[in-house]
Design a protein around this ligand. Structure first.
Ligand code: ADP
Length: 298
């Protein structure tokens, strides 16, 4: 199975796995026999080809309507930044993409989240497949505290049933892709927590990349890091965008300006404006965008 045919498993084992060809049409294929049958695709060969499209997405916490009718695309090979004042729904929106929102008691959502032509919110799509296809990196680096550097990166591979013989190569490839290999090569059995904050964040990126996601969501990935570590992550985002479709939530407008090709501005749960980052910062269409990017509020 090549990368283009990677599958999202449907929840019902009686149903067939839906694979997506490069043309985007769905075609049934033989369901995998179970864990251990996943075919590795070297990270060096990853190529960002998948579109994410949110269509009229709404998300709620009880009565709080936190995301309001959002329609937005994350394009492959282009970093999309999501900016907006605290509490405007940025994190909630991205958590809907990999279905983490539904884990919160009292939370619900409606609308569609399409990965190419597959609706990730469809009841027939297995949530584990969604989390594998859509990786996430959080504000605070969160390595598994009791695990070594190696095991942190290998954890997702073991969970998804990668053959033992492949794990070592895939861990080193993921660490390489996350720009961490040279710094940890000789100490893979040291605790993940022994790394600096910036290294821990790159470890978390390696952990996310190891399972070969199509999409990487980054929720304020640098807000707990110093400027040098921030710069490394920003450089990494620039390198990874050709391999994986990336969306970055940030409250740091300079960061959006440095890393993003496209920027979306959110306010009160809605996307007010989305466009090329340069335009959003120099000549936005909406007055509210202009006020926000010029620091008049937020
Ligand atoms: P942002 O990422 O832009 O700061 P959030 O998505 O975190 O915004 O928050 C949007 C709204 O949802 C806010 O009103 C916030 O209080 C609420 N909210 C966020 N997370 C939760 C949660 N776990 N439980 C209840 N309400 C939440």
């Amino acid at each position: 199975m090549n990368y283009e045919q990677r599958d999202l498993k449907v929840a019902d084992p009686e149903e067939q796995t839906m694979s997506r060809s490069p043309g985007g049409e769905e075609s049934p294929m033989e369901a995998p026999a179970g864990p251990g049958t996943a075919q590795p695709r070297p990270i060096e060969e990853m190529a960002a080809t998948r579109h994410v499209r949110l269509e009229d997405l709404n998300a709620y916490y009880g009565d709080n309507h936190a995301v309001r009718g959002v329609s937005l695309s994350f394009e492959p090979r282009r970093v999309t930044a999501i900016i907006g004042p605290s509490g405007c729904g940025k994190s909630t929106m991205v958590r809907c993409v990999n279905r983490m929102h539904e884990e919160i008691p009292g939370a619900r959502s409606d609308g569609r989240v399409l990965l190419d032509d597959v609706d990730l919110h469809s009841s027939s799509v297995d949530v584990v497949s969604v989390r594998r296809a859509v990786g996430m990196v959080f504000q605070k680096p969160n390595p598994f505290p009791t695990m070594s550097i190696f095991d942190n990166v290998a954890s997702g591979l073991r969970f998804t049933g990668t053959a033992k013989g492949e794990i070592t190569d895939r861990v080193s490839a993921a660490l390489e892709a996350a720009g961490l290999w040279d710094e940890v090569e000789g100490r893979l059995s040291s605790p993940g927590m022994s790394l600096s904050g910036g290294q821990q964040q790159r470890l978390c990126i390696a952990r996310a990349l190891a399972v070969e996601p199509d999409v990487l969501l980054m929720d304020e990935p640098c807000s707990a890091l110093d400027p040098v570590a921030t710069l490394k992550i920003e450089e990494l985002i620039g390198q990874l965008k050709d391999r994986v479709t990336i969306a970055v939530v940030t409250h740091n407008m300079q960061q959006a300006g440095r890393v993003a090709d496209t920027t979306a501005f959110m306010l009160d749960g809605e996307v007010i404006e989305v466009g090329p980052t340069d335009k959003m910062f120099t000549n936005p269409d909406d007055d509210r965008t202009e006020q926000y990017v010029t620091g008049k509020f937020g």
